[in-house]
Design a protein around this ligand. Structure first.
Ligand SMILES: CCCCCCCCCCCCCCCC(=O)SCCNC(=O)CCNC(=O)[C@H](O)C(C)(C)COP(=O)(O)OP(=O)(O)OC[C@H]1O[C@@H](n2cnc3c(N)ncnc32)[C@H](O)[C@@H]1OP(=O)(O)O
Length: 250
């Protein structure tokens, strides 16, 4: 099965994971990633503007027609299914459709300098969760935070070489989280065979502890001893430097 994208070859199957491999030269792949990252950012800005605009209704109608026309242009050539996982030239995995950190997903909040970073105990991120992520008025949606924790736990486990899938996730919401800057931090606490027990915190922009989470990650039986490839993330010291939109792009 292929993913309908002529720039990738047939899929490689590892357990339940399907990989495709790019057929593009490295420079072309990087050029393409930059172009799609710019498009994604533009769409993200559009979504925010669409949510907050107060232009008159005639203008709203005109913009809706223009956006539909743009959508039709994009669909003149499009994949038939989700992005999935591709393998880059360095063998690294590219999951550009991922809902939290996908390079081509406008809903993703952990991209560029806001990426999820790895260190020797886990992973963390400083995110900007604006109006698009609202739950209680002026505050971050609890489900959005659970989504962020779910991905962060996976990252933290991978950072210390203990990959797994989320089997259980519990969030304790301690106080409302104002929209804006949010810092999340996750680490591995206990490994018991294929089970990994994780812990995480969330702080708001003023440094208040707003939520804590626990998760049980399990290395799936089908993944044990397999050659599944896990994405690599930038080290935490990249936080102070220039972070590319996609760490797999060199
Ligand atoms: C991973 C693949 C990627 C590969 C390449 C990379 C690609 C890069 C991907 C990036 C990915 C990002 C992803 C973001 C984070 C998600 O969104 S993860 C998605 C949400 N989670 C899921 O879809 C998981 C669905 N559940 C499952 O697939 C399976 O139930 C599990 C969790 C893998 C476990 O299945 P299993 O391997 O058959 O485990 P099993 O042998 O039944 O149990 C093992 C142990 O775990 C315990 N256990 C299992 N489930 C539970 C549970 N729910 N509660 C309590 N205990 C449990 C069992 O009791 C058992 O304990 P012991 O008897 O050993 O003490």
């Amino acid at each position: 099965m292929t993913n309908g994208d002529p720039s990738t070859d047939d899929d490689r199957q590892t357990g339940l994971v399907t990989y495709s491999r790019t057929l593009l030269a490295p420079a072309e792949l990087a050029r393409r990633d930059r172009a799609y990252a710019a498009l994604t950012e533009a769409v993200r800005e559009l979504c925010d503007a669409q949510l907050r605009t107060e232009v008159d209704l005639e203008e709203v109608g005109a913009v809706a027609a223009e956006v539909r026309a743009v959508t039709a242009r994009l669909l003149t050539s499009a994949r038939e299914r989700s992005f999935g996982i591709e393998l880059g030239h360095d063998g690294g995995a590219r999951e550009h459709g991922n809902a939290v950190l996908g390079l081509r997903n406008p809903f993703a909040c952990a991209v560029g300098a806001r990426a999820m970073f790895w260190d020797d105990r886990g992973a963390r991120a400083t995110l900007e969760l604006g109006a698009l992520y609202e739950g209680p008025p002026g505050c971050v949606h609890g489900g959005v935070l659970a989504l962020v924790f779910d991905q962060l736990f996976t990252e933290a486990a991978a950072a210390v070489g203990q990959v797994g899938m989320t089997a259980e996730l519990t969030v304790a919401y301690r106080r409302p989280i104002p929209l804006g800057t949010v810092t999340v931090d996750a680490w591995l606490e206990v490994v018991d065979g294929r089970k990994r027990r994780m812990h995480a915190t969330c702080h708001d922009g003023d440094g208040n502890l707003t939520a804590e989470a626990e998760a049980l990650l399990v290395l799936p039986r089908w993944l044990e001893g397999s050659d599944a490839i896990w994405p690599k993330r930038p080290p935490v010291d990249a936080l102070d430097g220039d972070v590319s939109l996609d760490p797999s792009v060199t």
